[in-house]
Design a protein around this ligand. Sequence first.
Ligand SMILES: Nc1ncnc2c1ncn2[C@@H]1O[C@H](COP(=O)(O)OP(=O)(O)O)[C@@H](O)[C@H]1O
Ligand SMILES: O=c1ccn([C@@H]2O[C@H](COP(=O)(O)OP(=O)(O)O)[C@@H](O)[C@H]2O)c(=O)[nH]1
Length: 263
Amino acid sequence: MRGRVPGRTVNGDEGRVEPRFRRVVLKASGEALMGEQGFGIDVSVVDRIARDIADARSLGVEVGVVIGGGNIFRGVAVASKGGDRVTGDHMGMLATVINSLALRTSLVKIGVEAVVLSAIAMPELCESFSQRQATSYMNQGKVVIFAGGTGNPFFTTDSAAALRAAEIGAEALFKGTQVDGVYTADPKKDPQATRYERISHERVMRDGLSIMDTAAIALARENNIPIIVFSIHEEGGFGAILRGAGHCTVVDDDLADLQKAKA
Ligand SMILES: Nc1ncnc2c1ncn2[C@@H]1O[C@H](COP(=O)(O)OP(=O)(O)O)[C@@H](O)[C@H]1O
Ligand SMILES: O=c1ccn([C@@H]2O[C@H](COP(=O)(O)OP(=O)(O)O)[C@@H](O)[C@H]2O)c(=O)[nH]1
């Protein structure tokens, strides 16, 4: 598989590719939503991510989405200045609700049915999360946006994404982030870092490759969920990977031999 997630060409229809996964969770970086602005939401970025999700839906893939809140607020920012971490995390979780509402708007605008289910009850804005309701909506082909993270402080939206992926029986967790995969070291700090095409959950944790928090990776591993790390900035990247092409790192314990790839 070598870092690729092969789709299957449908018999007698050379042009059509059957995606490998039927149900996935996409974790979209909150930070990415601010585009060039430095803060908040750049609607053109949200619209573009919505188009990529619509593309995945057109392949028949059921998509759940978790969006981060780093473009607006992170709890550690408060804690690092001596503030209350729990309140800061509550603010961070509210930021993810703002982003989720923005994504729902962009999806609905292009004709994709989408619902927001929040881990924190705010009935005037959206429905509350329940596993049963989420699964029901996914079965109906709606895009389900999981807002409010896990609903608990001291967690991240990466953990929320792994949790929701396990709850709804997703076959893969796509982490759409600032970089195009998992590297031997942080590529933003080490220009010599090289990208893995495939690597195990175990190795990511053992080598401290901080592409995702350890709790999220451990949860995905325990539930045999592969993590596909790719760049959320690459237009069409999500769909390309689902079709068996694209640029990513596959994190999966089923992949016996670990290979370092050339970038
Ligand atoms: N070994 C690594 N491979 C890839 N990225 C890494 C690695 N170590 C640290 N990073 C950094 O992790 C960042 C992604 O994590 P995070 O900030 O949680 O992103 P997100 O905004 O998607 O939640 C990347 O921008 C990258 O600079
Ligand atoms: O289950 C969760 C998920 C998120 N957060 C808070 O929400 C912020 C935004 O989420 P995250 O940092 O994961 O966003 P991203 O890095 O993906 O933009 C976090 O920093 C936390 O403060 C939290 O407390 N619990």
